[in-house]
Design a protein around this ligand. Structure first.
Ligand code: UDP
Length: 195
């Protein structure tokens, strides 16, 4: 896997289709794998937030959302020719989950929003299994209940939409407790699927 260092963040140099192939492999790998899609704002945030930087460094896959063009113009020949956005990747993954009858769990968004997003996802991606969802406005005390619910479902993919860096920190905090194959921080995607 080719990586390029962007201000200390190792970004994986993959095309959209390579990203999906990598993620499929991670789903089949034992233990929870994490995938993040930092945009330029997140890279800047990581400069002042050591914990966030370290989480990005330890991710299994880091996709360049929005910085692809910048990198490509700087480092020609490294093979990055297209922008790999979180939402494009999520779309392709949901298609894959539909084809393979995989189970997803959606965490995040305002109350009412993930429910609607899940309904739309179920209608659009035939075959997909919606294991469950929870809004992103919970207290610390409620977190163990959410983790237990996710674990009882044991989803193939957990999509976390809490905004950055909250979603990355949440995934990192519960990485060793969560029973699920892959967790991905996807920001405002829940709002997009809710329509
Ligand atoms: N969000 C949440 N809980 C929070 C903060 C944010 O569920 O405590 C949700 C918010 O409702 C939105 C999503 O996180 O659906 C992404 O927020 P934002 O657009 O700020 O993040 P970005 O996509 O820019 O990373």
């Amino acid at each position: 896997k080719k990586q390029v260092d962007i201000l200390g963040v190792p970004v994986d140099m993959v095309s959209r289709s390579e990203a999906i192939e990598e993620i499929k492999k991670l789903i089949e790998t034992p233990g929870l794998s994490s995938v993040f899609t930092p945009n330029p704002e997140m890279i800047m945030l990581a400069q002042e937030d050591e914990e966030f930087l370290s989480i990005l460094k330890n991710a299994d896959l880091v996709l360049p959302d929005g910085i692809g063009l910048l990198i490509a113009s700087k480092i020609k020949g490294l093979g990055l020719t297209e922008r790999v956005t979180g939402i494009d990747t999520m779309n392709s993954l949901l298609e894959y989950c539909g084809r393979e009858s995989k189970t997803i769990y959606l965490l995040g968004g305002k109350p009412g929003v993930p429910d609607l997003a899940c309904k739309n996802i179920e209608n659009r991606f035939t075959g997909i299994k919606i294991g469950g969802f929870h809004d992103g406005y919970f207290t610390k005390d409620e977190e163990s209940g959410i983790v237990n619910e996710i674990n009882s479902i044991n989803p193939d993919i957990l999509f976390v939409c809490l905004g950055a860096p909250k979603q990355e920190k949440w995934i990192s905090q519960y990485k060793h407790l969560l029973k699920c194959n892959l967790a991905m921080g996807v920001g405002g995607s829940v709002d997009i699927y809710a329509g």
